[in-house]
Design a protein around this ligand. Structure first.
Ligand code: 5GP
Length: 210
């Protein structure tokens, strides 16, 4: 039987409205993919479930995780703290799974700075007009907010070019999902060659205080 490909940490980012969650949901239908569950200090909301939506933790616990280098990346959003824990990634890698992380570029930059074999993919809209149309189509932002988001999207794209491995245009959902999956598979094949050559993968997953 063919040996399974090694696990991989995959970061998926892109401007608001580009379709990240849809692409992620499609990839997660594949049995090799698992979603990262973040830890947060934000209070649980009605309808949310501990361990499914987030791992809800105290500020003290969160700070402990940071101090012990147990978060791959973290951020403060609207006064609450969010982070990606290492432990589920250790389990995923042990099971040769692909762990999918949907985070912003600042988070992607933190992942890149870690000693991890991560694949960073940034989704791009076909063009700016299309992004504006999709934001309008969503109907969740008024005109001013849309302008702010479009500007933020441009700044993010600029930063992503410097750090991300691939920029993938999401013009057609099926094609975009296929393209991302092909990039993931190619990266896992490269990792397999390195593993077969005796290299220790994911050195950054070892416990290491910051
Ligand atoms: P919410 O509180 O509405 O669930 O999320 C607020 C924001 O936190 C969203 O923009 C979400 O993308 C971001 N967020 C959630 N989890 C993480 C995480 O693990 N890392 C980072 N960097 N941001 C996160």
């Amino acid at each position: 039987m063919a040996q399974r490909l090694p696990g991989l940490l995959v970061v998926l980012s892109g401007p608001s409205g580009v379709g990240k969650s849809t692409v992620a949901a499609r990839l997660l239908q594949h049995p090799d993919y698992v979603r990262s569950i973040s830890v947060t200090t934000r209070p649980i909301r009605a309808g949310e479930q501990e361990g499914r939506d987030y791992q809800f933790v105290s500020r003290e616990t969160f700070e402990g995780l940071v101090a012990h280098g147990e978060l791959i990346e973290h951020a403060q959003v609207h006064g609450n703290f969010y982070g990606t824990p290492k432990e589920p990634l250790r389990r995923a890698i042990a099971l040769d799974q692909v762990m999918l992380l949907v985070i912003d570029v600042a988070g992607g930059e933190q992942v890149r700075a870690r000693d991890l074999d991560a694949l960073l993919i940034f989704l791009l809209p076909p063009d700016k007009a299309e992004l504006a149309r999709r934001l309008q189509g969503r109907g969740t932002e008024d005109a001013k907010q849309q302008t702010v988001r479009l500007h933020a999207a441009e700044v993010e794209m600029h930063r992503a070019r410097a750090v991300y491995d691939h920029l993938v245009v999401n013009e057609n959902l099926d094609r975009c999902v296929e393209e991302v999956h092909a990039l993931v598979t190619a990266a896992r094949e490269k990792l397999k060659d390195r593993r077969d050559a005796g290299e220790l993968l994911y050195p950054g997953l070892k416990p290491q205080p910051e």
